[in-house]
Design a protein around this ligand. Structure first.
Ligand SMILES: C[S@@+](CC[C@H](N)C(=O)[O-])C[C@H]1O[C@@H](n2cnc3c(N)ncnc32)[C@H](O)[C@@H]1O
Length: 348
């Protein structure tokens, strides 16, 4: 058995984790953000973006050899930590580690144990790679996550949801609204070939140069950026190679506290028209895009707005077009922002 401590967007993180879960029958969510499951792809657990830490589940009795081998112990259970230190001369220090905390020291030098439930412990083997996000958010404002900019952690999760961590070298991820290139750099870091296009391509091209200097840059993979409007046909020859589309279009307009919500009605319609045209173009190009398997894309959702949302309009449209799809129930929103993201998965 394995366990994962998932992030605060629980349904998103669970959908991502799902790709690695062997059977939903023996999956259990304990203590709201701890999931216990069986997997035959445990080597891929360290690739997840929505899982803060993960590892294997062992009986307390099986901790003996692990404790005997380590000098530094991290755990959220200090009572047990004191007991372990008394019983094992090898343990010289212990430190309290919050369940949802991933830090460099612990990752490098400590053994971290999680008291899951009576007699069962989690031995942490993987930590979320927050350093990768720092490398990608190099030119975003210090908040890193300004409105209209795809947070790199979200881009990471969407890539895994789309690809289900299948053989990256053989697959290509395309972002047709690539903006700064966040999704493309994440795809490259995970070993996928990647194509980015946008009506304005200068930013992505500039960032591409900077990305090639980063330690997570994968030189073996192809990475291409070019100018393209999603309202134009998607039938250029090299699109034959696209397996997954992962993207965020603008979270537009910026809805400030002063925005009068009724003014959103026309925007919702305008935005929906762009998404519809995008899907129409995909459908029209389906012969040339025959490898395309999945589209994972964000759709803006306005908070405190009880009228028709973009997702409602698209839902009708996708049913009409007989496109198999799901909207993830949970909205990905930041505190104080009046616009959040609804995530749409379309399976072709
Ligand atoms: C929020 S950014 C995208 C973020 C990007 N997905 C990422 O991972 O960083 C939105 C981008 O959509 C582009 N855009 C707007 N209308 C477009 C269209 N019709 N075709 C292609 N790109 C478009 C804008 O130029 C802008 O760069």
């Amino acid at each position: 058995m394995h366990f994962a401590i998932i992030g605060k967007h629980t349904s998103l993180s669970l959908i991502e984790l799902d790709a690695l879960i062997a059977s939903s029958n023996d999956t259990e969510i304990i203590k709201n953000n701890i999931v216990v499951f069986s997997t035959n792809r445990s080597e891929a657990l360290n690739i997840l973006g929505g899982t803060i830490k993960s590892g294997r589940v062992v009986d307390e009795s099986a901790l003996e050899p692990i404790l005997a081998e380590h000098t530094l112990l991290g755990t959220a259970d200090l009572t047990k930590a004191k007991q372990f230190k008394k019983e094992h001369a090898s343990i010289r220090r212990f430190k309290e580690v919050p369940l949802t905390h991933a830090d460099m020291d612990i990752k490098k030098k400590w053994i971290e144990l999680i008291n899951l439930w009576k007699g069962k412990w989690g031995v942490v083997e993987n930590y979320q790679n927050i350093w990768l996000y720092e490398a990608i958010d190099f030119n975003k404002p210090s908040s890193g996550m300004n409105i209209g900019m795809m947070p790199s952690k979200l881009a990471h999760i969407l890539i895994t949801i789309a690809t289900e961590i299948t053989d990256p070298k053989k697959h290509t991820v395309r972002d047709p609204f690539c903006g700064f290139g966040t999704t493309n750099f994440l795809a490259n870091a995970h070993g996928y070939n990647t194509i980015g296009s946008d009506i304005k391509i200068a930013e992505a091209k500039r960032n591409h140069k900077r990305w090639t200097q980063q330690e997570y840059f994968s030189a073996q993979q192809k990475m291409t950026f070019f100018k393209h409007d999603v309202l134009d046909a998607f039938d250029k020859p090299f699109l034959n190679h696209v397996d997954y589309i992962v993207s965020e279009w603008r979270l537009w307009p910026t809805v400030s506290h002063k925005t009068r919500l009724p003014a959103l009605d026309t925007n919702v319609i305008k935005i929906s028209e762009i998404y519809k045209a995008f899907f129409e173009n995909i459908l029209a190009s389906q012969k040339t895009l025959s490898k395309l398997k999945k589209i994972v894309i964000t759709v803006p959702e306005y908070q405190e707005y009880n009228e028709t949302q973009v997702a409602d309009i698209l839902e009708k449209f996708l049913i009409e077009k007989e496109l198999s799809h799901t909207f993830i129930e949970e909205t990905y929103a930041r505190k104080k922002q009046k616009v959040g993201r609804k995530i749409l998965i379309v399976v072709l």
